[in-house]
Design a binder for this molecule. Structure first.
Ligand code: 9PG
Length: 460
């Protein structure tokens, strides 16, 4: 079980007016950013968002900074930037706290051993994060990053109600308007239930839809949430031993959400049959969502740390769909997904609205999405291709110009999600300008000189 005991790692002196602390949120939707010593960092507005968008196991006091896997401090007094980071990214991910002590000190503590490095040549926290990510990548054998082709996604226009007819209509309109789209990605709505990954009657005929996409010379993408189980699903009723004991994965689709225990006998076989079915239908692009459910704490059938169970399950999915397939992680534990996905959502959902509900930066809203995409720029081109979420370009979108500008300034995945008939001339021009294959080069350069390791003893 995850340790809830925190050991002090270091105490550092800072300039209270200029010091900055960088937090990396645990999963795709968790807020990330640099905060000044005198400010506070985001906490969930509602309890349910703790489980669904922050790190379910750690409810932190408001008087500290908290991060998962790596926390970075710029002391603000001219001394080097210091990173406190996970020692083994393929194992358990430490939760790291930076707690103000008096008015010019920060106490760093962690529930697991961490490595401390100083970054003499990094001028900004972003450069130190780049250097830290470089050092992680240099110890792993990652498959080459892919220049993922541009996609259109059904979610932000058809939501849960998407049908075969909507997809066929969008395909026809994209082809007719000669929009530069390679992949048609069918989002949430095609499945019988969360956990029951069969085709719903309401959607229509998935097989002929995918065949039509192929006939038009395009690729098919699909959404699924492999580790999530709706409490009302048949899976939950028929296979109670596959449910991760003790894990509450939140509430959505009008029902409580449970997590799949991927170590239970038969559970992974079931998932791999699902992926084989989709692959045989011709799906080449998988948006795997709500992946946090695969890395939640709970009593597993096999006793492995939750992050290790998650990595094993993701590796089996990759083996099943093949290296050629594109895997996009979403709602996914950030550092535990390194090496397992081609692209990674690094933001909460984009939305027709600018501000997120209750101003909680883990929730859908373009402002929140843009802030997180900026704060995680350094991960792009190192761990994967960053996915800043879809562009929304139709005239009814609040601040659509700002969304377009923000996406233009990232080199990540380029997708859009409007009904084609809703696009005006400005939007069509933006599709042609911005919907291009993903670039794979890092967006932020590495620091000129490597770090100095172990300035302090890691916790035992
Ligand atoms: C499909 C969507 C889209 C979107 C994903 C993800 O907390 N919630 O209830 C919650 C619902 C949806 C959601 C995130 C959180 O969005 O990011 O792109 O695929 O699922 O349901």
């Amino acid at each position: 079980m995850v340790s809830l005991h925190f050991d002090e790692i270091a105490e550092i002196e800072i300039d209270p007016d200029r010091a900055l602390v960088y937090e990396l949120g645990w999963q795709s939707w968790s807020p990330s950013g640099s905060y000044s010593f005198k400010s506070t960092s985001p906490r969930p507005f509602k309890k349910i968002w703790q489980a669904m968008a922050y790190r379910p196991e750690f409810v932190d006091p408001s008087n500290c900074f908290q991060s998962d896997g790596v926390l970075i401090v710029n002391p603000g007094d001219g001394r080097p930037i210091v990173s406190f980071g996970v020692a083994d990214i393929q194992g358990e991910i430490p939760h790291i706290l930076a707690t103000p002590k008096g008015n010019k000190n920060l106490v760093i503590s962690s529930n697991l051993p961490i490595e401390v490095r100083s970054w003499p040549s990094a001028v900004t926290i972003e450069e130190a994060l780049s250097g830290w990510a470089d050092s992680i990548v240099s110890e792993m054998e990652l498959r080459p990053l892919k220049a993922i082709a541009p996609a259109w996604c059904s979610w932000y226009c058809y939501w849960f109600n998407v049908t075969q007819n909507d997809i066929i209509e969008a395909l026809g309109a994209i082809t007719k308007a000669q929009l530069p789209i390679t992949t048609i990605q069918i989002d949430d709505g095609w499945q019988k239930a969360i956990g029951d990954w069969a085709i719903s009657k309401r959607f229509g005929d998935l097989k002929s839809t995918i065949a039509a996409i192929k006939n038009a010379g395009k690729e098919s993408g699909i959404w699924l949430a492999p580790f999530l189980v709706g409490a009302n699903s048949q899976l939950a009723e028929k296979n109670p031993s596959w449910i991760l004991d003790g894990a509450d994965a939140g509430f959505n689709w009008n029902q409580p959400l449970l997590a799949l225990d991927t170590t239970a006998n038969g559970a992974m076989d079931y998932l791999l049959e699902t992926f084989t079915m989709l692959k045989e239908l011709g799906v080449t692009y998988f948006k795997l969502d709500f992946l946090y459910a695969g890395a939640m704490e709970g009593n597993r059938n096999r006793e492995v740390p939750s992050e290790v169970a998650y990595r094993q399950a993701m590796a089996s999915i990759r083996e099943c769909v093949g290296d050629e397939a594109t895997i996009v992680g979403c709602g996914a534990p950030i550092l535990s997904s390194v090496g397992l996905v081609d692209a990674m959502r690094i933001s909460p959902d984009i939305s027709p609205l600018w501000d997120p509900p209750e101003q909680d930066l883990s929730q859908p809203g373009s402002r929140a999405a843009i802030l997180n995409s900026r704060a995680r720029r350094a991960l792009h081109g190192r761990f994967w291709v960053n996915d800043p979420d879809c562009l929304l370009l139709r005239p009814s979108i609040e601040n659509r110009e700002l969304i377009a500008d923000a996406v233009a300034s990232t080199n990540g995945l380029r997708t859009f999600s409007d009904p084609i008939s809703s696009l005006d001339d400005w939007a069509i021009a933006k599709v042609h300008e911005l919907i291009t294959p993903a670039e794979t080069a890092p967006a932020v350069p590495s620091p000129r000189v490597a770090s100095v390791k172990d300035i302090s003893q890691p916790a035992q």
